[in-house]
Write a protein that binds this ligand. Structure first.
Ligand code: DX5
Ligand code: ZN
Length: 215
């Protein structure tokens, strides 16, 4: 049974309180918050003032995904939100070991995210220092994109690497996750499923969350 982290990127931004309260009542485990800077990814989403507003209503842990350059600069602000997980991109981190250490010292779970083109083999040395490793199932920047099929085998390769290196990191998958792709990802070793459009685009989002939770 995976953890389910619905992405608020697909929520109704004019009704965030309503959507967060729906998540509070649902089987969701974490709330996935996608921050974009228009530099690391070709889009801009929302920043700290909006996340502070969300945090006021959220009754479950926040899973913050920074799609920004120099994510290490924002560790204190993410910690101040009360976030449980801070995910930084491998591709945006020159001194990843230092960044992960600082995230843990700030009291959060340290997450490393890989873009679709970044091989899991690059995690060989850093995996034991991570609490979460997130694989992108799409190129980051937008919700509702088509799932990149190679992510399923990549998940299985990551699982092997974690077993071999003795890392206890959770495997999280973000992008293109729905009940169909999610089932295959869980079978390949995924522990946490992020889902935006599959949840908020469903006729009954709470039911969809329960469906993902049951995979
Ligand atoms: C994409 C974001 C995702 C996005 C996923 O850049 O990181 O979290 O919300 O959206 P779906 O689930 O619609 O692919
Ligand atoms: Zn995300």
């Amino acid at each position: 049974m995976p953890l389910v982290s619905p992405s608020l990127l697909s929520a109704d931004f004019t009704n965030l309180q309503r959507d967060i309260e729906m998540l509070n009542h649902s089987a969701a485990d974490w709330y996935h918050l996608d921050v974009m800077d228009g530099v690391f990814v070709p889009n801009i989403s929302f920043g700290f003032p909006v996340m502070q507003a969300m945090a006021r209503y959220a009754r479950k842990p926040l899973d913050v995904h920074l799609m920004i350059v120099e994510p290490q600069k924002f560790i204190p602000q993410v910690a101040a939100l009360g976030a449980k997980v801070m995910n930084v991109h491998y591709e945006a981190s020159v001194h990843l070991h230092r960044t992960l250490t600082a995230i843990r010292e700030a009291g959060m779970l340290a997450g490393v995210t890989l873009n679709p083109h970044t091989p899991v083999g690059l995690l060989e040395e850093i995996a034991p220092e991570a609490d979460v490793i997130m694989l992108m199932g799409v190129n980051p920047g937008f919700g509702g994109q088509k799932f990149i099929e190679a992510t399923v085998e990549k998940t299985a390769r990551l699982k092997e690497l974690l077993l071999r290196t003795g890392s206890k990191a959770l495997i999280e998958i973000d992008g293109g996750v729905n009940a169909e792709t999610g089932g295959r990802l869980v079978a390949a070793g995924a522990d946490v499923l992020v889902a935006g459009s599959a949840v908020f685009g469903a006729p009954d989002p709470e039911k969809e969350i329960a469906r993902l939770k049951a995979l």
